[in-house]
Design a protein around this ligand. Sequence first.
Ligand code: HEC
Length: 121
Amino acid sequence: MRIRVIAQSPEDFNAWLRRQQQPASPPSAVQAMKGAGLFMEKNCVNCHSINGLVTRGHVAPDLTHVASRETLAAGTLPNTPANLSRWLKNPQAVKKGVNMPRLGLSDEQIKYLAAYLEGLK
Ligand code: HEC
């Protein structure tokens, strides 16, 4: 496991903390709305939470502000749209043995989910 330390002033840290404690903004674009619907339908909610949408899953990272992170999967990948789609298509191919299953999503479903998740700053 990689650990990255970011040193900040107390003011900057507290500002970051306040932003992280805010609920996710609701999606406004059509593709992102479809992505939020898929997030509910495709079992994501059993493992992940998004404050402001659903907070049922607690065994995987909270995704409320996933788009504000620099990396995905604990430092495995830079957090870019292409890598997010790659992750959603087959997490096992990116990080062998990870506890996120391959969910059999179509390319269109991945596009909508990515549109939603990329808006969660
Ligand atoms: C069975 C539990 C499970 C399900 C279902 C699941 N995930 Fe995950 N997911 C995980 C775990 C565990 C990780 C953490 C992987 C790591 O960092 O090693 C993860 C990581 C992620 C990440 C990267 C988060 C980060 O902070 O790096 C995203 C994005 C993600 N999942 C989206 C989804 C979406 C979208 C769905 C539904 C289509 C979904 N997951 C379904 C368990 C799950």
